[in-house]
Design a protein around this ligand. Structure first.
Ligand code: PLP
Length: 438
């Protein structure tokens, strides 16, 4: 890495911008909404990443939730290097894809079959196609602020990266592509009719910061779908194998017709999956008429990495992590309050949201939909807090609509460092805000 070691973050980013649009391969990585120049990561270890200048950060991004065990975990690197020796892709069935599919179906009650793909985007896009094929209907209902990848029909009201750039959807998406997509308010059960093929939802919304489902919301959604024969799709690309082995369906007790997975199930390599009951999945080619395919789907390196992660975590690990993170979130809120800002850090399992407000004396409630989340993000305070944390060696996501992803590598000591940094960062930001107002 001699060449990498000699360049600064700014030099890397300048080179990146010459040959990569905006200098990034995914817009959420840019510092567009917080200002400044992104750090270029050269390595990661456990809860840490190290940038091109040798600065080490406690990393709460963890590849936006793709990493659960921490960076470069030996179970994952070992499994990948063992698989690597036998070849990287064949275009024929392999044992690894069978093992990963069995591991997923074995942990998620009701999910009898999965088809492996290479990203969460593909999983959601294919699940919607399958729902349309299986029902013979066209309309798709999605919730404002929920992200289901960047396919044309699902980008409307997509939260996160789309929201960060202030785009309503995207240029380049035809009116026809979204004509059958209806965007409705999260946490409100929509009116459905018999034209609706499916309702797709993040059962715990984690792309508009963290917005948990209101009590009864998912149950009522299930009933509303059943009443008109629409399929319910849980997009568990974030929640799957993160909030527990059985994901959000186990957590909520609500069973969808179709699931989308990604992130954790690839162990840091490109994997997605969509699954459901055998009868619905049988509609897929070659068994049925709904076409879906992929040259690298079920890739041996990716399935080895994913399987290593799923095998490394059991129910006790999820419970311990969730308990540790619940205590962390409480301490984090107190630390920010002690510095003079208001904060709410809601948790669902080990997912942590972060809502900030400069009005320290006013009670801050956790938003229940995208409109409320956007109002809070509009204070613009997140960017200042983000940079104040970065200067203290803690890397949060560079945008106000993401969640924190503490994982198994974030022990109490590491999380304690984050809390200390939060107290200092909040003090600094509160002083800045006071000075500007004074
Ligand atoms: C990240 C994400 C996706 C898209 O996954 P990619 O692998 O980035 O294509 C889809 N749905 C949800 C809920 C996500 O968080």
């Amino acid at each position: 890495m001699a060449e990498e070691g000699s360049a600064t973050n700014a030099e890397w980013f300048a080179r990146a911008r010459r040959v990569i649009p905006g200098g990034v391969d995914s817009p959420v990585r840019s510092f567009a909404s917080v200002g400044g120049t992104p750090y270029t990561v050269v390595s990661g270890q456990g809860p840490y990443v190290v940038d091109a200048e040798g600065t080490r950060y406690v990393d709460l991004v963890q590849s936006y939730g793709a990493v659960l065990l921490g960076h470069a975990h030996p179970a994952v690197t070992g499994a990948v290097s063992r698989a690597l020796r036998h070849g990287t892709t064949f275009g024929a069935p392999t044992p690894g894809e069978v093992l990963l599919a069995e591991a997923i179906c074995g942990r998620v009650p009701g999910c009898e079959q999965v088809r492996l793909v290479s990203s969460g985007t593909e999983a959601a896009m294919s699940a919607v196609r399958l729902a349309r094929g299986a029902t013979g209907r066209d309309r798709v209902v999605k919730f404002d602020g929920c992200y289901h990848g960047h396919s044309d029909g699902l980008l409307a009201g997509g939260g996160s990266g789309v929201a960060m750039l202030g785009l309503p959807g995207s240029a380049g998406v035809s009116a026809g592509a979204v004509a059958d997509t209806e965007v409705v308010r999260y946490n409100v059960v929509p009116q459905l009719d018999e034209r609706v093929a499916c309702v797709i939802v993040e059962p715990v919304a984690a792309n508009m910061n963290l917005v948990p489902p209101a009590p009864g919301f998912l149950e009522s959604l299930r009933a509303a779908c059943d009443a008109v024969g629409a399929l319910l799709i849980f997009d568990e690309v974030i929640t799957g194998f993160r909030i527990g082995a059985g994901g959000a369906s186990e957590w909520s007790g609500v069973t969808p017709d179709l699931w989308c997975f990604g992130k954790v199930i690839g162990g840091g390599l490109p994997v997605g999956a969509f699954g459901g009951r055998g009868a619905v999945m049988d509609e897929l080619a070659p068994a049925g008429p709904v076409y879906q395919a992929g040259t690298l789907s079920g890739n041996p390196l990716a399935t080895a990495a994913g399987l290593a992660v799923l095998d490394a975590v059991g129910p006790a690990d999820y419970e311990a992590l969730s308990a540790r993170v619940a205590a962390f979130a409480t301490d984090f809120e107190s630390a920010v309050a002690s510095g003079g800002l208001a904060a709410r850090a809601p948790t669902v399992g080990p997912l942590v949201g972060l809502f900030l407000s400069p009005a320290a004396s006013e009670p801050l409630s956790v938003p229940s939909d995208y409109l409320e989340a956007r109002l809070l993000a509009g204070s613009g305070i997140y960017g200042r807090f983000f940079h104040a944390m970065l200067r203290r060696g803690v890397a949060l996501a560079p945008g106000p609509y993401e969640v924190m992803f503490p994982g198994l590598a974030h022990d109490e000591q590491v999380l304690g460092r984050v809390v200390d940094a939060a107290a200092g960062a909040a003090t600094e930001v509160a002083n800045e805000v006071a000075t500007r107002q004074g």
